[in-house]
Design a protein around this ligand. Structure first.
Ligand SMILES: Cc1cc2nc3c(=O)[nH]c(=O)nc-3n(C[C@H](O)[C@H](O)[C@H](O)COP(=O)(O)OP(=O)(O)OC[C@H]3O[C@@H](n4cnc5c(N)ncnc54)[C@H](O)[C@@H]3O)c2cc1C
Length: 458
């Protein structure tokens, strides 16, 4: 997914040394097989291990973490190629696990800048932008209460004027990896707001990887077929052989599943196959620039947007974790078109965008750069799953088990926190609990204590 060579790619990921699992045969049988070692798969496997049942995580790639990936090879310091922010840290299950695993989770800086041409927005201008965002949020919520779903773009107030492109970028490509015109207002209205609250000093990808310690895991074991015809078993074919499980939890992205890389027997019901297509992942790529000497004169972890004039814009996260790295993030249609033009065009865009915003010749200050290609990664195929207009119900459809023992999990399978690590994690835990319950594995659901059954008082 990046311009690294295969050799450096393998050495690159923090702690992702190749396991001797390559030489090993897969287990013949397990209680639960988990497909995919991203946040959802790791969460599911941890839950199953905790219930005392056997599990194996089958991962197609040679590294684990999926869309969470901390690299150290490219710049010699931790660099998150994928997820880097913890949203809503107080309720974030992954952030909460950090300290107990020796990882430092630190609060994000409160400073957010809006550039207007070559200057920072004045306080009043920033207030106008934030007020417009609140108005747009409300308009989308109101639209979602209507009978028919609309696109988020249709739901926006018509009088946003000069702020419209910046608002559209912030709510669409930056927050959701897709343009608002392609997104369901009902789906966005249901999602919880994403407050960027915290970072992990060693990298969010490194933390997710650490949470997989002691979980039976097989790399380079792409699953090609899941056969659920048996009465009590699921037969799974992988690139490294076959195995039988009593249940399977599938966490591959909707992009991968819709592409047919995993064959289901019997086929998925049409409503689930349609749901995968209607929750297709958007596009979000990162251009990482190493800029020694802080030429933009920004603080650590400053987040900067511009009052853009059109869709050719980006978000800047500067001096990440106190380093010399700046992340320039692009998304949606513009991000897709730009990344299709290749790493050089992406880097040129980032350099010229920043030079324009700050009046500094960023090209002459650039030491090294790197770009991601998540949409081109054959095991990821996009950024995060947004719902097409009318498709909000698709997330619940994917929560239904297939033949009672194949469960879907992953960021797409969360109604309020889709597109996030926390949502992926929770969906994995939920699928694991469902698998354990359905097969009589693990503790049976306990009756609620009497007081819990009382209606809640407001
Ligand atoms: C650039 C970028 C920035 C992001 N920033 C943030 C952020 O700051 N904060 C945040 O909360 N979220 C962020 N996200 C979203 C977040 O990364 C994802 O929502 C989350 O990591 C998804 O986890 P998952 O387990 O659902 O899927 P994945 O991480 O995609 O895991 C699925 C795994 O399945 C594997 N797989 C696929 N097919 C097969 C197969 N056939 N057999 C076996 N294995 C297979 C894949 O290799 C992968 O490892 C970002 C995403 C991107 C791309």
């Amino acid at each position: 997914m990046t311009s690294l060579t295969r050799r450096s790619f393998i050495g690159a990921t923090v702690g992702a040394a190749l396991s001797p699992s390559f030489a090993r045969a897969l287990p013949a049988t397990v209680d639960v097989a988990v497909v995919g070692a991203g946040a959802a798969g790791i969460a599911a496997a941890r839950r199953i291990v905790a219930a005392g049942r056997s599990v194996v995580v089958l991962e197609a790639a040679e590294r684990i973490g999926g869309r969470c990936r901390t690299d150290i090879a490219a710049f010699g310091v931790p660099c998150d190629f994928g997820a880097c922010w913890f949203y809503n840290v107080d309720n974030n299950p992954v952030a909460r696990l950090g300290p107990a695993h020796g990882m430092d989770v630190y609060p994000a800086s409160r400073g957010q800048r809006l550039r207007i041409g070559r200057r920072n927005a004045r306080e009043g201008e920033l207030e106008d932008f934030l007020a417009a965002l609140v108005r747009c949020d409300r308009a989308i919520t109101d639209a979602a209460a209507g009978k028919a779903d609309l696109s988020c773009a249709q739901a926006l107030p018509k009088d946003l004027g000069i702020l419209r492109p910046a608002i559209e970028f912030y709510m669409g490509p930056f927050s959701c990896s897709r343009d608002l015109v392609e997104m369901s207002a009902a789906d966005l209205a249901k999602s919880v707001s994403r407050n960027i609250d915290a970072f992990c000093r060693q990298g969010l990808g490194a933390l997710v990887e650490k949470l997989a310690t002691n979980i039976p895991l097989e790399r380079a074991a792409a699953v090609t077929e899941i056969n659920a015809f048996g009465r009590s078993n699921v037969d799974i074919a992988t690139a490294r052989g076959r195995l039988t499980a009593r249940a399977a939890i599938v966490t591959a992205s909707t992009g991968v599943l819709a592409s047919g890389k995993i064959k289901f027997a019997p086929e998925l019901p049409k409503r689930q196959a349609d749901a995968l297509v209607r929750l297709s992942p958007g596009h979000y790529e990162r251009i990482i620039l190493e800029l020694p000497g802080n030429p933009l004169d920004l603080q650590r972890d400053d987040l900067v947007m511009e009052r853009a004039e059109d869709e050719r814009t980006a978000a800047l996260l500067a001096n990440v974790n106190g380093s010399e790295l700046c992340y320039v993030d692009v998304g949606g249609r513009f991000g897709r078109t730009l990344s299709a033009r290749g790493p050089r065009a992406m880097t040129e865009f980032a350099v010229s965008w920043l030079s324009g915003l700050y009046g500094v010749d960023v090209g002459s200050r650039l030491r090294r750069s790197h770009v991601t290609q998540w949409s081109g990664d054959p095991w990821i195929m996009g950024a995060f799953a947004t719902a097409a207009v009318g498709a909000q119900g698709s997330r619940r459809i994917l929560m239904e088990p297939h033949r009672d023992r194949v469960f879907f999990a992953g960021e797409a399978v969360h109604e309020t926190q889709w597109g996030t690590v926390a949502g992926a994690w929770e969906s994995g835990e939920r699928a694991a609990a469902a698998a354990l319950r359905l097969f009589g594995i693990g503790p049976k659901p306990q009756p609620q204590p009497a007081e819990r059954r009382q209606p809640r008082r407001r």
